[in-house]
Design a protein around this ligand. Structure first.
Ligand SMILES: C[S@@+](CC[C@H](N)C(=O)[O-])C[C@H]1O[C@@H](n2cnc3c(N)ncnc32)[C@H](O)[C@@H]1O
Length: 259
């Protein structure tokens, strides 16, 4: 398959991400992660790997709770901002630039997680297999792998061609137009964004295309089972104690144990 541009997450995107992601969402996701650690891990969770950590909102929160967190992300801009956010919060975490497709991490982990569809940026089978094979070696026996991706089959029914969003807060406003194209043969979704961000009176405008592979749950399950994970549980949202998934859920939240 031809290699596609999968979105670059430059400096402006990193700033915009920190502005638009609500604190309440981070709180709910952290509560979910800690719930899975306590409920499903067969070992005490201390060392954690954040795959596609972005500006490190989750890594920093977990670091502040005493976990030893390593975060990787393909975007140098997101990592730079993540380091600066961690310094500002006075939290000691390890962040570095690496892509999921050529993941290289040293050390072992009691849990690894990937939140907000990051694994969908991996576009082909060989790269996905390599990633799960790597994860099978770095997650300790009894540890957890938690993967949160969009349930494309469910979203497919509700996509509108063009979605316009405006979000604002103290001193900032972000207007975004999103459009989608789908390549149903190769199971790729092209997510195009046109963003205008006004921050402290200065306006910036940029366009990005993100390409996602529309992986399905059976594909993930096969990868997990082939690389030493079992007890695969599926949720429809990152909410602690939430019921297991219904077919209409917009997210696939997979929690598997390394055995
Ligand atoms: C929607 S953000 C989510 C960030 C973070 N997980 C969170 O929930 O705040 C997606 C992130 O995935 C990263 N990303 C995209 N493709 C990647 C890849 N192939 N390998 C590693 N990170 C990638 C982007 O740089 C970006 O930081």
């Amino acid at each position: 398959m031809q290699k596609k541009n999968t979105g670059t997450w430059r400096d402006d995107e990193a700033v915009a991400w920190d502005l638009i992601i609500p604190k309440s969402r981070t709180v709910q996701e952290i509560e979910f992660l800690e719930w899975t650690f306590n409920r499903f891990a067969e070992r005490k969770v201390k060392d954690i790997l954040d795959l596609g950590c972005g500006t490190a909102r989750l890594a920093i929160e977990l670091g502040s709770r005493g976990y030893r967190v390593t975060g990787i992300d393909k975007s140098a801009s997101m990592i730079k901002r993540g380091r600066s956010n961690a310094r500002e919060r006075g939290v000691d975490i390890t962040l570095y630039t690496s892509s999921l497709e050529s993941l290289s991490v040293s050390g072992d982990f009691d849990a690894a997680y990937s939140v907000f569809g990051v694994v969908s940026y991996v576009l082909n089978e060989d790269e996905l297999a390599r990633l799960f094979s790597q994860l099978g070696t770095v997650v300790r026996k009894g540890g957890l792998l938690i993967v949160d991706v969009f349930n494309f089959a469910s979203l497919f029914k509700t996509w509108k061609d063009v979605i316009k969003k405006t979000e604002s807060g103290k001193g900032w406003r972000i207007e975004r137009t999103e459009s989608h194209r789908v390549d149903e043969i190769n199971m790729l979704m092209y997510h195009e964004e046109d963003t205008r961000m006004t921050l402290r009176g200065k306006t910036k405008h940029w366009k990005e295309t993100h390409v996602f592979r529309m992986w399905s749950f059976p594909e993930f399950r096969n990868q997990l089972l082939s690389h030493g994970f079992s007890h695969i549980r599926l949720f429809g949202e990152m909410k602690a104690r939430s019921p297991k998934i219904s077919t209409a859920a917009q997210r696939l939240v997979i929690v598997a144990t390394k055995t």
